[in-house]
Design a protein around this ligand. Structure first.
Ligand code: NDP
Length: 249
């Protein structure tokens, strides 16, 4: 039986690195993306070893449009006779920095809706598929060290990521009896589009605070995701694990 893994925000950044890593390990990856277009298919062809590219199956996943996302997932399941999923990686997220005094209501709503509310709603919807996984299932939620330590100009983002940790712990308690594990990952500074627009000075400032003296990669996060969905972590649930080079000790 196939092990289907759903990854949200799988088209780029950390999500893409997770998809790439898992498909090469033989998992069937249901890659959620707001846009499933020619560009995404070309990226898969160009960057995935031909031996594994059939393992990546894109579907439309837009946290701003859950009705469309549910429909697209339903069609995919019908088309591929998918009845269960063994893991869900809630990776999609956004960050819009603002000082609290200048925060726009739309931005606050968008950050909380995307990172927290819709992630919760989508997970709750997919629970019925996770419950049918024969050997139990694993959900990995992408939080952030900012959700643990707070950050200047990121009060709303930090609140959304702290909320994800509370959700993860509660779900771990609620679904342990059904053999679904829930864990959260807190990346530190990972080099992606989300961090690319920071000034060189800000990047250097982070680097100075990271004991391991390098910025993180998507692969660093993907390695932990692989562990958390594998049997090697079968006695771990409700945990919050940092991948931050020691940024927040
Ligand atoms: P990127 O900005 O590089 O990628 C974000 C991904 O989320 C994209 O695939 C994007 O899709 C998707 N996304 C955004 N909004 C939505 C939406 N409404 N519906 C569906 N998908 C959406 O970010 P990263 O890869 O850096 O971050 C991935 C996760 O890791 C996020 O949750 C982030 O908060 C978290 N994180 C990242 C850190 C870092 O240093 N990079 C540090 C700590 C946490 P699209 O291409 O359509 O925009």
């Amino acid at each position: 039986m196939n092990n289907y893994i759903v990854v949200t925000g799988g088209n780029r950044g950390i999500g893409w690195d997770i998809c790439k890593s898992l498909c090469c390990k033989g998992f069937s990856v249901l890659l959620g993306s707001r846009k499933v277009d020619q560009a995404l298919h070309e990226k898969i062809s160009a960057e995935i070893d031909p031996a594994y590219k059939e393992n990546i199956i894109p579907f439309i996943c837009d946290l701003g449009n859950l009705d469309e996302t549910k429909e697209s997932f339903k069609s995919l399941c019908t088309e591929r006779s998918i009845t269960n999923i063994s893991a869900l990686i809630n990776n999609a997220g956004i960050s819009i920095d603002h000082l609290a005094l200048r925060a726009k209501e739309n931005d606050i709503n968008l950050i909380l809706d995307t990172n927290l509310t819709s992630t919760i709603k989508l997970t709750n919807h997919l629970l019925r598929f996770l419950l049918k996984a024969q050997d139990g299932a694993s959900v990995v939620n992408m939080s952030s060290v900012v959700g643990l330590m707070g950050n200047l100009s990121q009060s709303t983002y930090a609140a959304s990521k702290a909320g994800i940790i509370g959700y993860t712990k509660s779900m771990a308690k609620e679904y342990a009896g059904k053999n679904i594990r829930f864990n959260a990952i807190c990346p530190g500074f990972i080099q992606t589009a989300m961090t690319d627009n920071l000034s060189e000075k800000a990047k250097q400032n982070y680097l100075d605070q990271i004991p391991l003296k390098r910025l993180g990669s998507g692969e660093d996060v993907a390695n932990l995701v692989h562990f958390l969905i594998s049997k090697q972590s079968s006695y771990i649930t409700g945990e919050t694990i940092k991948v931050d080079g020691g940024l927040y000790i």
